[in-house]
Design a protein around this ligand. Structure first.
Ligand code: PSU
Ligand code: MN
Length: 308
């Protein structure tokens, strides 16, 4: 538990994270919705463990974030990670309901938005995930725009992802990020990546080629008092990618099924992910794990560069 200016702020830090904070070591936050709602067991647990290992190998400390029985945890031990990976009743928490889960002593996984809030409270500046939420296709009818985008505009955490999934409307997602003043920086590639695929067919607004350059960009933003987050889009390694044209077939099918089953709200993204895993016979899962690992490595390098 830690103390805040407004009294006792009930955050439970793992021993490893508490020690890292004490000595000012670089930290990387990790979300938990990807574990509970983004991937099936046991691939989700395998992923959760391997990203933590990679972050440590790069000289940073991982902090997986979740609400367990009403307590906001920053850093989970292996038993907690295992329990979360096998639970079926966890809430999917965003800005709107993070505090609800704490108030009502519930267990919930944090999305990108809620993980950014928790990371910021914990003083963690870099966060690795797979894909962010965005503007859904046909959002002009459904109004389905992820709270992740607003969070990026207001909370000062660097989020490393593999772009946005083509289950979303990627051009509209990029438009909203631009409107909200969120820098979108692709790592070492001119085109914005589409999660399983290296290229979405859209040019990236900005590009940088090294963790040091990303850290420097962030430092200049801070010098000029430009707050809010930033999105780093890291293309999946070539040997693991599934080309865009191939993915488009599965995505169309998944979207048709979602419409047929009248899926809405929070259930949309998990439904589409699950359908695509099944349509690709698990191949999308292998790609998903590879890209999160790749993002964890880059996030750790950025955290180390920021600490220099
Ligand atoms: N995209 C993915 N995998 C995920 C998610 C998004 O490729 O697991 C999760 C993340 O936690 C993200 C959330 O923050 O879904 C977005 O949900 P929504 O679209 O309901 O805002
Ligand atoms: Mn939504």
């Amino acid at each position: 538990m830690t103390r805040s200016a407004s009294g006792l702020l009930p955050i439970a830090y793992s021993a490893e994270v508490a020690a890292a904070k004490e000595r000012g070591a670089p930290l990387v936050a990790l979300e938990s919705t990807i574990i509970t709602h983004g991937m099936p067991f046991p691939g989700n647990l395998e992923m959760a463990r391997s990203v933590e290992r990679i972050i440590r190998e790069e000289g940073a400390v991982p902090a997986t974030i979740a609400v367990i029985d009403g307590v906001l945890h920053v850093g989970l031990d292996d038993a907690e990670l295992q329990a979360l990976a096998q639970t079926s009743g966890a809430m999917k928490l965003s800005r709107a309901d993070l505090a609800f889960a704490i108030a009502e002593r519930r267990t919930g996984a944090t999305t990108v938005a809620a993980t950014m809030i928790a990371a910021s409270l914990a003083g963690i500046r870099v966060f690795a995930t797979g894909g962010i939420g965005g503007v859904h296709r046909k959002a002009e009818e459904s109004f389905d725009i992820s709270a992740d985008l607003d969070e990026l505009s207001r909370t000062g955490v660097i989020v490393v992802c593999a772009g946005a999934k083509a289950i979303l409307d990627i051009p509209k997602t990029l438009e909203v990020l631009e409107t909200r003043g969120v820098p979108v920086v692709t790592y070492d590639s001119p085109s914005f990546p589409a999660f399983w695929s290296r290229d979405s067919g859209l040019a990236s607004p900005l590009m940088l080629n090294s963790p040091a350059a990303i850290a420097n960009f962030q430092k200049v933003r801070e010098q000029f008092g430009i707050d809010g987050g930033m999105l780093i889009a890291n293309p999946v390694p070539q040997e693991h990618e599934i080309p865009r044209r191939e993915m488009e077939i599965y995505i169309e099918r998944a979207l048709d099924n979602a419409e047929r089953d009248e899926i809405s709200g929070k259930a949309v993204t998990p439904y589409l992910l699950d359908t695509i895993f099944r349509l690709t016979d698990g191949r999308s899962l292998a790609t998903n794990i590879a890209l999160v690992e790749n993002n964890a490595r880059l996030a750790a390098e950025i955290a180390v560069a920021l600490a220099d």
